[in-house]
Design a protein around this ligand. Structure first.
Ligand code: P5A
Length: 442
């Protein structure tokens, strides 16, 4: 891709309505455009990043044997009446009528719909366990949509649902997902801490929020700061190992506002380890037993021919929110610093003098060689000032930047810049390819 051809409406000024860094940077870097309050269009750059995040989330779900399907955004009100949540959900639910006057809604979540799919086709314990997920837009008519994609009305979520015969088996599914979430966030470059949480309108008695630290987060968190040093690489996906890991997390105090108790906190956490800060909830998992299966009549026969309601859990990751959350964790005054796994491009070749033949030939030749190596590369061939070129590239935040200038070329060198630590060095033309290939390894 040539940057001159990319649809990327970069803004010079920070829009006044954007209050937090990620929102400001997403607007400035031309990643999103608000279409109405809390509803955004995803422009090519933003969309590409969201797709990369989505793919990592998908791979980690597939790894634990979850199966992907796709449910519609529009649902019938009937199943929500069966579960009793049609009224409970209140004004956050966007209610619609079709031309026959049938009550419909734009799905805020899918517990009811997936249970309805399950109950019509699964009748025996032999088909269990099942772990199903989809990645789909949701709509919640939030009272106060704010902070760009962090809290909006229409957002992109991965939601998974587990179905098990017994409470014991269901807790194993919960653990699997717990582990998959930690791995997912780690691959995205984030340290997400699982914190015991309230279950709210989803229901149940077991729930964890996955929270990353950020001053601009909406959740206030109280924790023992040693929890951030836990190393998950020592654990594997077996239930015993995950149980041990969950116990380790449980040993350290870490809760959000809803579960905070001052006396408990002060008793359990030494003063020097107390950390009170803010965080962003990037995922939330729930175990709610037979709450929906009983109401929606999702029963299966066990070995003895007895009909039992299935035990269920649901597991969400805010994929569109993650785009903002990663920016909150990875930026500086000049712009975004994408971690490699989610970067919109791995490498940006910045031709400072596109009107000079030597510079252009060299830039294009590098560009073609990196394409051959299957590196996701963008060539900044725009005719504009050197200052604008460098600052736009800093704003967009491609992690590795190869800067080609006329004077450097005369000396047989190019500049290699690492946006993550803002270090830069001159390297010989001959060594550029190998140097960059070794830096792009994830
Ligand atoms: C779990 C999956 C659920 O909806 N049902 C299906 C359960 N959980 S949740 O906590 O309400 O949402 C899951 C994640 O979605 C993100 N999220 C949002 N992102 C942007 N704007 C919003 N208004 C919004 N609401 C929820 C969060 O990351 C949350 O953890």
């Amino acid at each position: 891709m040539y940057l001159s051809k990319l649809f990327i409406p970069i803004l010079k000024e920070t829009p006044a309505e954007a209050k937090i860094k990620s929102h400001q940077l997403m607007l400035r870097a031309g990643m999103i455009k608000q279409s109405s309050t809390g509803i955004y269009s995803w422009l090519p750059l933003g969309f590409k990043i969201m797709k990369k995040i989505e793919q990592i989330v998908r791979e980690e779900q597939n790894k634990i044997g979850a199966q992907e399907l796709l449910m519609p955004t529009i649902q019938s009100a009937e199943i929500w009446k069966e579960s009793g949540r049609y009224e409970d959900y209140g004004k956050e639910m966007l209610r619609i009528k079709d031309r026959q006057g049938k009550e419909m809604l734009y799905g805020p979540t899918n517990e009811e719909l997936i249970t309805e799919i399950f109950r019509t086709s699964v009748k025996s314990y032999k088909s269990l366990p099942q772990l199903l997920y989809h990645i789909q837009w949701k709509f919640r008519d939030e009272l106060r949509p704010r902070f760009g994609v962090m809290r909006c009305k229409e957002f992109f979520m991965k939601d998974a649902y587990s179905f098990d015969l017994s409470d014991d088996e269901a807790r194993k599914s919960y653990n699997k997902m717990f582990f998959a979430y930690l791995n997912t966030f780690k691959r995205l470059g984030l340290t997400a801490i699982p914190m015991e949480a309230d279950t709210g309108p989803i229901g149940g008695d077991l729930s964890h929020e996955f929270v990353i630290l950020a001053e601009t987060g909406e959740s206030k968190i109280y924790s023992d700061k040693r929890i951030f040093d836990l190393d998950i690489s020592k654990y594997n996906g077996k239930d015993d190992s995950i149980k041990e890991l969950r116990k380790k997390y449980g040993d350290f105090y870490a809760v959000t506002d809803d579960k905070f108790n001052k006396d408990d906190f002060e008793k359990k956490v030494k003063k020097e380890n107390q950390l009170i800060t803010k965080g962003i909830e990037v995922g939330h998992i729930f175990y709610f037993g037979t709450k929906y299966s009983e109401k929606l009549n999702a029963y299966v026969q066990n070995k003895d021919g007895k009909n039992l309601p299935v035990h269920m859990g649901s597991y969400g990751i805010g994929i569109s929110r993650l785009v903002g959350a990663i920016i909150e964790a990875y930026h500086d005054d000049k712009g975004i610093k994408w971690p490699l796994p989610v970067a919109p491009f791995t490498l940006s070749i910045i031709n400072l003098m596109p009107e000079d033949k030597n510079c252009s030939d060299t830039a294009v030749s590098f560009y073609n060689k990196f394409l051959e190596q299957e590196i996701d590369v963008i060539l900044d061939d725009r005719i504009c000032s050197i200052g604008k070129k460098l600052s736009d590239n800093e704003l967009i935040g491609v992690p590795i930047q190869l800067i080609i200038g006329k004077r450097d070329l005369n000396e047989g060198v190019v500049e290699l810049k690492n946006r993550l630590n803002n270090s830069s060095k001159k390297i010989s033309l001959d060594s550029a390819i190998n140097n960059i290939l070794s830096e792009t390894k994830i």
